[in-house]
Every structure is written in structure tokens, then in C-alpha cells.
Design a protein around this ligand. Sequence first.
Ligand code: FCB
Length: 476
Amino acid sequence: MTVPIDDYRGSGLVFPEDFTFGSATAAYQVEGGAAEQGRTPSIWDTFSHTPGLVWNGDTGDVACDHFHRVEQDLDLMAELGLQAYRFSIAWPRIVPVPGGGANGAGVDFYSRLVDGLLERDIRPVATLYHWDLPQYLEDAGGWASRATVDAFAEYAAIMGAALGDRVQTWTTLNEPWCSAYLGYGQGGHAPGRHEPASALAAVHHLNLAHGHALQALRAASTGDPDYSVTLNFHVLRGQGDGAAEAVRRIDALANRAFTGPLLRGEYPADLLADTASVSDWGFVQDGDLQTIHQPIDVLGVNYYSTATVRLWDGVSPQQRNDGHKGAEGGTAWPGSDRIVEFAPQPGPHTAMGWNIAPDGLEELLVSLSEQFPGQALMVTENGAAFDDEVAPDGSVRDAERTDYLRRHFTAAHRALARGVDLRGYFVWSLLDNFEWGYGYAKRFGIVRVDFDTLERTVKDSGRWYQRLMRTRTVDA
Ligand code: FCB
């Protein structure tokens, strides 16, 4: 059943005192400084520098230049009143060469960032992996290779030792679905491979990397941080004859391939059966599931829109729901490609073409808390790209983004009222930034970045969020 979208324009809703309001970015999307202070290329440097793979030939070489403007950006966060900042650490800044140990300059950058946050009373929420795998590891097999798991554990131990006295929430991985299926199957994300069997190996190695990284972080951290992982859940609606089967298959690949091992200690039997023609999952070794299945303090939830799936009728073209434009020839759905297809979503849509469906967020949060009783949740990303216009006075009156956020905060509030243990909410994104395959063409920021001058301007949505954070109350 589709809930009318107007139902999600609440106002006067008050969030509890201990609810954390934050905003998020990721290293490759904002930092720039790609070749500075010892950093070596990641798979996204290689990918973005390959002609034809990113819109307009954009790269993260400079991005928002956050690497050099970190003090200014910290002041901006303080001015807005952020209570928490979710950032990611660039692995190739920390371990730039194979077996080379920690790069002091790279570690120091994040150490200063964390200190700067704490000085401003902003909680540091650090993600170890938001997609920038060191290129030398990809050259040795990438996430399709088990050796990458060991390298990730070493990197996690370095960061745990360096920041484990101050980081308040550790997130191991951001959206492993994208890393595995878009990176190794469909090819629209770095490293751009079209190998369905490798995509499944990557799923497992990412899950295993999470487990090993948690152990390494726990061993090294001297503070009392929360531990987490962030997943991008697919909120699915089925269509036509066989709707339930279509939903089951995509739910297995997109959602349960991660929640199964991470939160239950097993891969779903139907996932293994559906993908049997692609892989025998022989990469899962004895003991792996115990390593993966460890308690986490909070489960990170990234949510943007819903998806409608149906059984493929053999005629209509396969459509992707993820909005990330990919090269032809791969598959994001090993074993279910040409069995299930994605139907067009009714509007309204954002500039990404993603449908606006705040009811999906409420439904997802309630469903997760029913599936995993007692598991605290955090919305680690939600936000929207629109084609912003700069008014003659320099302001950005992004009413659509504010409206999107208001509706989704309303949805989160409804979930809270239904008993969901939702701890906080991070708006994606603090800054307009490098939107992966779309380069700088899609703007998600509550702060505008002029990519010629790198000047920052708080948008109207940023001012709206500032008021929400200050008053805890959703205004009209
Ligand atoms: C998510 C990513 C994030 C950003 C948003 C729009 O999939 O985690 O980096 O690109 O989408």
C-alpha cells in the first residue's frame, strides 16, 4: 500500500534530548589533496581518470578541497550546530604502499580533524571504508581476494590505535552492496569489473573484513566507542504475477546477504540457491561466519528511495534502480539478472531520478527493529540532489531539499513513536561534492560549494536544519 506523500509533512514534532543530529561526507567525495602527503591512488582515482566512466571527466583530485580547508569546514559545522559529523578515512592516505605501515602524515590529518571536532563539541563518527580501496590492493585482486581482508584488518588496527581514544562511533564499511555489486558485477563503480562471481566473493570478503576490523578496533581502542556498520537497504515493492518471488530474490541479494551473516551468523539458504549457477560460495571458510557475526552497538541505515521489482517478462529492457549510471555488460544482481527487473517508480523524483518516498523510511526502520529486536539504529545517510539555483544575492533557496528533509525527519519521528530505537540521523551531505559516477553534476549538500572558487554558502535547507538541531522541533 502506498501512503500518500502528504502524510509526511509533520511539523511541531519534537525529537528526544538524546537524539543525535549530524551530517555526513566521505573522503574521496570531499577531500581532494589526492597526491599529497604520501597518499597514493585508490580505485576511485583510477576509475575517475579513465575516460568515459565519470560524467564530464570529473575526478576527486580537488573535490571540495576539504583536505586544505578542514579548519574552515569545522567552523562551518560548529556554526550550523552539528552534534555529530560522519566522515570517512582514506585508506590510501594511511597505508599508501603494500606492507609499508602507517603514513604518519595521513594519520595526523584525521587526528587533527577529530581533535577539531571534539574542541567544537561535535561527535566524531568515523567510517573506515567508504569505497576508496588502495589501487595496489585492487591490482592484487581487490575485494574478490581474501588477502584484502587481512590488509583491512591491519589498517583498522592502525586507526584504532591512532584514534581509538577519541572516536565515538566506528563504522567499518559504508554500503558494501555498492562496493561488491556495482564495483565487481555491474561495473558502474570502481573498480569497474563485470564479474558476477567476483561480486559474490566481494560480498563475503567485505562481510569478513567487517568482522576482522571490529576485532582489531576493539583491541586497539582505549575509549568506549560504539561499533557499527552502515548498509543501504533496498525497500522493495513487488508488481504483477510473481511479485513475492521477485521481492524475495532481490531482498536476498541486496539486504539479507549482509544482515544474514552480520546479524544472524549465516548466509540465507535461498541466496545460496539463487546464485548457485554463478558461484558455489567456496570462498566461505570454516570460522568465517563466527568472525562476521559479532555484536554491534548500532546499525547504520542509508535510505534514499524505494524500488519496485517484478519478474522479467523477457521482452522489456533491464532497468537499474540504483541511479548510478553504469557501463553496459555487467550485472548488479548475480543469479537474478534476467529473472527480475526493476519497474519505473512513480514520482515525484529528485535530480537523481530517485523517487521521493518517506513512507519507505518509516517502514524500513520499523521492519529492521522487528527483524532484529534490541538492535539500535541510526540513519547514517538521507538527503537529496536537486538542481539548485543561485539567486542574484548569492543565496540558494532549495525549498525542494528542505521539503524532502522535513518529510523524512517526519518519517523518522513516526518510527520513534512506534518504538524504534533510533539514535540519530545524518543528513547527506554537509557539502556538495563528487557524486561518484555523476561527478559534480549532482548536488546533495545543505551547503553549496562553488567548484570554481571552492567557496561555501549555506543553503536554505542548511538553515532549516540548523533550526531543527537547535530546537529539536520540526518546523512547518
Ligand atoms: C550513497 C553513498 C554516498 C552518496 C549518496 C548519494 O550511496 O554512500 O557516498 O553518494 O549515496
